[in-house]
Design a protein around this ligand. Structure first.
Ligand code: PLP
Length: 440
């Protein structure tokens, strides 16, 4: 495989300057220094071209600098860039109306706009406490919900996120996420998702978290940072029933899985279950910072003044969001379903040739490949995964890790079969080369 020499000289200079002034806390994947991007391709400052299967971590939903999104940003910037959220403007209202129209529940929706995913989570936590008058929450091991002090209490993907930051917000109990490839609970049902819900009811609610104190269960419909884990089919139905039984709110964190990525507006719709609150960010405005809390009307019942933000409803972000929704609605969601299925099938075929590919899973263009040292023991092949990500990068392909040993594929929803074919040749070469060095 032809390999790029990375980082190139111009990139190296930026890395040196970055090291001097940018916070050392950012978990950089590899030394990619972006110059520009067009749709599913990006170029670094040394002129090297890459196919982008990461999309800035599932953010650039409509491809890099889609002309319609650029136009929406430009047109709004020329009119006004900011007005206080103490006032009103039509784009904010129109965008909220559009979000309400795609909310995954039959009841009318109300929207609170944020500047990021973590702020959407913070808002939902406060809303859930405010609406229910209850203090406790349930979340899942492996979950990622953000890094601010409230959302961090729910994040449980890597302990490094908490190292040196405890105590976080109190009142969150974690339970295993229903990972069908690695079930850790003794089965109490044929469906492992139902087993996990039985565990919540029979263990957590009985022993530590009284149901009448439990405000909400916060869950990623497909676990993202935790390893692109797709739960078993019975999970969400059982979770919904549990929530209904005890008056607990069901909050779907769709920051990564939403906005058409799985071939539906919201991943939870793949299981025909209606949550009470949906959280969005990442792909919602094609990369312009924006997030949203979409709640059933009767739940977003808090009085004036209890919650707000300076940049909420930013007009540029809202206009970019409107263009994004138009594009996703008019073809990209269908493309995500079709090209996603095509990619999954192709990867399952590649899997037959590579013993290290323990599990290939996903919905739409949210696909994970879990690498193992051998398929029987399922011992995690973290180093191998890291080598594959890096070799792919050197081969001109941007991918990203998820969980300990999974590689995630989350390209722009514009990606074509041809571009996937080109990507998978690079990826398979990288896998072969990395396997040849050993499976650990
Ligand atoms: N929730 C999920 C499911 C995420 O994947 C992320 C980010 O990766 C967040 C919340 C936090 O979003 P942000 O980084 O915009 O704060």
């Amino acid at each position: 495989m032809d390999r790029l020499k990375l980082p190139g000289p111009k990139a190296q200079k930026i890395l040196d300057r970055d090291g001097a002034v940018v916070s050392s806390s950012y978990p950089r994947a590899y030394p990619f220094v972006m110059d520009y991007g067009v749709d599913t391709e990006v170029w670094d400052v040394d002129g090297n071209r890459f196919i982008d299967l990461a999309a800035g971590l599932a953010v650039v939903s409509t491809g890099h600098s889609h002309p319609k999104v650029v136009k929406a940003i430009q047109e709004q910037a020329e009119k006004f860039i900011h007005v206080s959220s103490d006032y009103y403007h039509p784009v904010w209202v129109e965008f909220s109306e559009r979000l309400a129209s795609i909310a995954p529940f039959s009841e009318p929706a109300k929207i609170f706009l944020t500047n990021s995913g973590t702020e959407a989570v913070e808002t939902a936590i406060k809303l859930a406490r405010h609406h229910t008058g209850r203090s406790q929450f349930i979340a899942f091991y492996g979950a990622f919900h953000g890094r601010t002090m409230g959302s961090l209490a729910f994040t449980a993907s890597k302990s490094i996120y908490r190292q040196g930051f405890n105590p976080v917000m109190s009142g969150v109990t974690h339970v295993p996420y229903p990972d069908p490839y690695r079930p850790i609970l003794r089965a109490t049902s044929d469906d492992y998702g139902e087993t996990v819900v039985n565990y919540i009811e029979d263990v957590v609610l009985k022993h530590t978290t009284p149901a009448q104190d439990c405000a909400a269960i916060l869950v990623e419909p497909i676990q993202g940072e935790g390893g692109y884990i797709v739960p078993p089919n019975g999970f969400f139905k059982a979770l919904r029933q549990l929530c209904d039984k005890y008056g607990i709110l069901l909050i779907a964190d769709e920051v990564q899985s939403g906005m058409g990525r799985t071939g539906k507006w919201w991943a939870i719709e793949n299981w025909d279950v209606e949550p009470d609150i949906v959280l969005s960010a990442k792909g919602i405005a094609s990369g312009v910072p924006l997030g949203a809390v979409i709640a059933r009307e009767h739940i977003m019942d808090w009085p004036t003044g209890v919650h707000g933000n300076t940049y909420g409803g930013n007009p540029i972000a809202c206009n970019a969001g409107l263009a994004t929704i138009d594009l996703i609605e008019n073809g990209l969601m269908r493309n995500a379903a079709e090209v996603g299925e095509y990619t999954l099938d192709a990867l399952i075929e590649i899997q037959m040739r590579h013993p290290s590919m323990g599990d290939v899973r996903g919905k739409g263009l949210m696909i994970g490949i879990e690498f193992v040292q051998d398929r029987t023991s399922k011992k995690r092949a973290k180093n191998l995964r890291d080598r594959i990500v890096y070799r792919s990068f050197e081969g001109g392909l941007m991918t990203f890790g998820a969980g300990e040993n999974t590689l995630r594929i989350s390209p722009p929803l514009t990606i074509t079969r041809e571009r996937i074919d080109e990507s998978l040749i690079i990826l398979e070469n990288a896998i072969s080369e990395a396997e040849a060095e050993g499976l650990d």
